[in-house]
Every structure is written in C-alpha cells, then in structure tokens.
Design a protein around this ligand. Structure first.
Ligand code: HQG
Length: 185
C-alpha cells in the first residue's frame, strides 16, 4: 500500500468513527437520520489536526470498496450508509429478505451465539449478507471465520423485520438462535 492509499484508509476510518460512532469526538452534530454538514465536518476535523477537504471526502465516497458513505442530493451533507452505534434512524423501509442470508463471525463466538442468538453488540443492527463470500470476509475481521446460515424466510414469516442498507447490507434487530444454522453441523 502506498502513502496515498494509507492516507485514504486513515481518512476513511476517521469518517467511520465520527459518522457512525463518536461524532462528539470532534464536536460534530448528526441530524436524526445521521447526516452531517460537510463544511462543518471539514472545519471540525481540521481543528483536530485531520487534513481533510471536500475533494478527499468526495473521493472516499466514490471509491469506498463497500460504499460506506453517501452524499445528500444537494451535495451539502454526508452520512454513513450503515454500521452506526449512535442512535440514528436511516429511514429505511422494511423489505422482504431473500430466503437465506449469511452472517460471518469468528469460531470463538459460536457457543455463545448458539446459546443467545445474534445480537448487534454496539451497533444498531445485526449485519447480514446475501453472499457467503462477503460474510466470510466479515468474520475474518474477528478471528477464524465461520459463516452462519440464517433462515431469513422463516424469520420474516414470523414477523422479524429486515432492512437493506443503501450499500447492500441486510440489517435486522436480532437473530434468535433457532433461525441459525452452522454449516459445519
Ligand atoms: C458477534 C463491517 C458472541 C458477531 C462489516 C460479530 C459489517 C456475538 C461481533 C459490519 C453474539 C460484532 C458489521 C453473541 C453477535 N455472542 N458474539 N450472542 N452475537 N456476536 O463488528 O457483523 O468495514 O459489531 O458475530 O462489513 O462483524 O465497518 O459486527 O462477530 O457489515 O464498513 O459480535 O462492519 O463493515 O462485531 O460487522 P461487529 P460485524 P465496515
């Protein structure tokens, strides 16, 4: 990775931090749907020593591998597409999920997950994927990856709500253990 890519990655991580988890770290205000004013974000970020400008932000939004961020239509605001721990409402409408979804986790969490189901930990939702390969990469962030198979059709039939984020991540509040199948079982 060259130095430009490194700077980009660190700027993208900084954006995730302030737009998903800790806006107060730089004194940033998010509205109820998670939007921040870009001019304000730049001013506050620069005041805390981050070298940030509009061009960098626009590059990150357009090149982010997972399309983590979105700009408002008027181009004045930015928000994270999903992954928040702060309490925002993304305004997503419930949608019927595919019959099967996948959750990538680490093998060391399995016994606890089979006991308690999937919980969203610090975030607002449990994150699921329609693609097992993507789920495996998510799991590998935490350790030896395991891809769990989720019976989304049954969950949806039993009244659990699912949302699809703008960048294609499936979100739901919790997944009770009886809807989870471990492929190794
Ligand atoms: C686990 C990335 C023990 C859960 C990805 C996961 C994703 C339990 C961890 C997004 C449990 C939470 C989110 C239980 C759940 N007992 N462990 N009962 N229930 N867990 O990071 O899904 O790159 O909050 O399996 O692509 O890993 O940031 O969630 O391992 O979409 O854009 O608790 O983050 O996106 O970890 O990842 P996380 P996640 P970005």
């Amino acid at each position: 990775m060259n130095s430009v890519q490194k700077n980009f990655e660190s700027s993208s991580k900084f954006l995730s931090l302030v737009l998903r988890h800790k806006p107060e770290e730089i004194g940033l205000a998010l509205d109820s749907e998670g939007w921040a004013l870009i001019d304000e974000l730049i001013k506050l970020a620069n005041a805390t020593g981050q070298n940030f400008d509009r061009q960098t932000i626009e590059m990150i939004v357009s090149t982010s591998d997972k399309q983590r961020f979105a700009l408002s239509q008027d181009g004045q605001r930015i928000r994270a597409n999903q992954g928040h721990s702060v309490n925002v409402s993304l305004g997503l409408k419930p949608v019927i999920p595919p019959d099967t979804l996948y959750h990538g986790t680490a093998s060391r969490f399995l016994s606890s997950i089979h006991l308690d189901g999937l919980h969203s930990a610090q975030r607002q939702h449990v994150h699921l994927s329609s693609n097992a390969e993507v789920a495996e990469l998510v799991g590998a962030r935490h350790g030896v990856p395991v891809v769990l198979i989720i019976d989304a059709k049954a969950m949806s039939g039993h009244g659990h709500l699912f949302y699809l984020s703008q960048n294609g991540v499936w979100l739901t509040e919790t997944v009770p253990a009886n809807y989870i199948r471990d492929p190794l079982e």
